[in-house]
Design a protein around this ligand. Structure first.
Ligand SMILES: O=C(O)CCC(=O)C(=O)O
Length: 245
């Protein structure tokens, strides 16, 4: 059985340490390098060839000059072929023990399970996900694929490159249990996006300590967001949503 399941019920999240093997981590890093490389080719962005993981994350990399090309989620998606390999990672059998049978969501109908990565530069507020509950997106976008076909949704966030207590995901433990936060709605990238109004005090939040390869598995009503990256390197992670009953 996965990690501490009572933590999932009570606090709305649980942490799975070392959710990726070093081989799986290598695969993910290689996929991201390939994604960025093909994006550069598509947009005719000049880059030093060959593009390698160490140079991509190197703090002396001219402040990650390429970052403006990867701001949209649509370019940070793993390809169908990559996703079919990711779905064979051991974390998926562990998730099945916790959730029972599930599917990885494809809410925007890209044609395959939507798994995407994020690259958060040090001290760049705009790179992190703002505070929200994932359920808000589903409530706002009733036409999303499988929106009402499953009773439950669970998000999985996996650190690819992270420094404990310097960066990662901030959660409000227990906030999935009947708390309601108000939000206003904006339209962006062809979908309705919620923005929290009057967020709770950050003193009740918790920066989940995660190192590279650790995963956070959380309830879709849990209030959460990215934490400003106070580390020395970029923070990279990938995420997906499990739909289950
Ligand atoms: O990684 C982040 O900055 C935010 C991630 C997030 O909001 C999510 O996984 O739903």
């Amino acid at each position: 059985m996965l990690g501490d399941c009572s933590s999932y019920q009570n606090k709305g999240f649980l942490v799975e340490l070392n959710a990726l093997s070093s081989h799986e981590l290598d695969i993910i890093q290689r996929f991201i390098v390939l994604n960025i490389q093909s994006l550069f080719k598509e947009c005719a962005v000049p880059y030093e060839s060959p593009l390698e993981w160490p140079s991509l994350i190197n703090p002396s990399n001219r402040k990650y000059w390429f970052h403006n090309h990867i701001s949209s989620k649509s370019v940070r998606r793993f390809t169908a072929e990559q996703v079919s390999k990711i779905l064979k990672f051991t974390i998926f059998s562990r998730l099945r023990e916790l959730l029972g049978e599930f599917v990885v969501s494809d809410e925007e109908l890209i044609g395959y399970p939507d798994v995407y990565w994020r690259f958060v530069r040090p001290y760049e507020e705009g790179d992190i996900g703002p505070l929200h509950c994932d359920s808000w997106f589903w409530d706002l976008n009733p036409s999303w694929n499988h929106n009402s076909d499953f009773k439950k949704r669970t998000k999985v966030w996996i650190a690819i490159l992270a420094e404990v207590n310097q960066n990662g995901l901030v959660v409000f433990p227990g906030s999935h249990n009947g708390h309601t936060f108000s939000y206003k709605v904006i339209s962006s990238e062809n979908k309705l996006k919620p923005t929290i109004v009057s967020p709770p005090s950050m003193s009740s939040s918790f920066l989940v300590p995660t190192n590279s390869t650790d995963a956070i598995i959380f309830h879709d009503k849990l209030l959460h967001g990215g934490s400003l990256n106070k580390g020395s390197s970029p923070r990279l992670s990938f995420e997906f949503t499990c739909l289950h009953n």
